[in-house]
Design a protein. Sequence first.
Length: 225
Amino acid sequence: MIILVLSVFLITSCSKDDDNYSLGKFWVGLGILQTTDSDTGSYRIIMDNKNVLIPVSVDFSIYDYAKNGDRILINYTILDDNAHGSNPATEYYVMINSVSKVLMKGIIDITEQNQDSIGNNPVNIGDIWITGDLLNIRFGYWGFNRTHYINLVKQPGELNKDTVQPIELEFRHNNNGDEENIPYTAYVSFRLNALKIAGLDSVKFVVKSTNYNGSEFRREGVYRY
């Protein structure tokens, strides 16, 4: 699993004022690629804020980078929108400047069998937030030329109403023996569905990790479903 590596990032929201749209401006955000017509290769991007991006200009094949259902980081320029009268815009017609696939995976149980492959190398968490059923993490790590592995793990066992909360989750990093020469920044999204407990509409959880300075990162949250 290849980690998306970013050196510069900027996330902004779409403006409702058409006067702000120009070819010299760009927005960057996270979303899900959705194929609308497989025969023609038509697609749209559902952004995390529920806005819909409809590409009308792109100089490359987006399918070289991502497929239907993939999570992506997209850099785009707004050309127009569907705002009408007092009705705010919900769809934006855009020129795609660049797109990168973002790692998206589920929470796994940690066992004796997978302990070594999951690893326990340090990692710096820069930001963490929930979007729908996804836990998103922006993190930093040191590396050079090897693929690193990232996982979110919990102790094995079925969750039920008697499970102690907050449920403990560990953000694990395996640097695959890489050299620590270059600082990288990356995004990853984890599906939280495995935390759902029948009869409850929300659960509390805590994410832990170890920073490069040896201190513990700890962030509590609530997953509502």
